[in-house]
Design a protein around this ligand. Structure first.
Ligand code: UDP
Ligand code: MG
Length: 153
């Protein structure tokens, strides 16, 4: 089963959307392999957003991501990276489709509620960036046997 990394950004906490966002992942039947609250700092954000450090908006993004603690989650399911990116919606909340998290809960390109890994390779790197090995749990979710066909498992 594939794993992906989600961050409930500071805006999700400020706007009391933690429950709503997690409920979407629960209803989609993604297994929670890890979840915790943490305060991000400039070091981890420069690494996490290395592809954006030279962009003019980067200082705004840094401030926004350090405003208050975030909630990081590791979710697991078949094709979890692609599935979660689909639930997340386009980067700019104004352009994100209705029904997606960003499309339903925001109006901003920057304050777009969650981060989600964009490829399985990056997901593995990001999970290691935000979680210690002992914070990821390998328990069995028995209902997966009913939720998937045998050849999907
Ligand atoms: N971002 C922004 N302005 C932009 C592009 C990105 O403020 O023009 C912020 C936004 O919060 C986004 C994050 O930088 O979620 C990371 O950008 P990326 O292109 O990786 O988008 P994502 O993978 O989050 O959809
Ligand atoms: Mg990205």
């Amino acid at each position: 089963m594939e794993r992906t990394l989600i961050i409930l950004k500071p805006s999700a906490i400020q706007r009391f959307l933690v429950g709503d966002v997690i409920t979407r992942f629960q209803h989609k039947a993604l297994r929670i392999a890890g979840i915790k609250m943490m305060q991000l700092d400039e070091t981890i954000l420069r690494e996490h957003y290395a592809h954006l450090v030279d962009r003019p908006f980067f200082p705004f993004l840094l401030n926004s991501m350090m405003l208050n603690p975030v909630i990081v989650m590791c979710l697991e399911g078949k094709d979890a990276v692609e599935v979660v990116r689909g639930l997340t919606g386009a980067t700019n909340s104004r352009k994100a489709a209705p029904g997606t998290i960003r499309g339903d809960f925001g109006m901003s390109g920057q304050e777009n509620i969650i981060h989600a890994s964009d490829s399985p390779e990056n997901a593995e790197i990001e999970i290691k960036r935000f979680f210690k090995p002992e914070e990821i749990f390998d328990y069995e979710l028995r209902i997966f046997k009913s939720l998937y066909s045998p050849d999907e498992l």
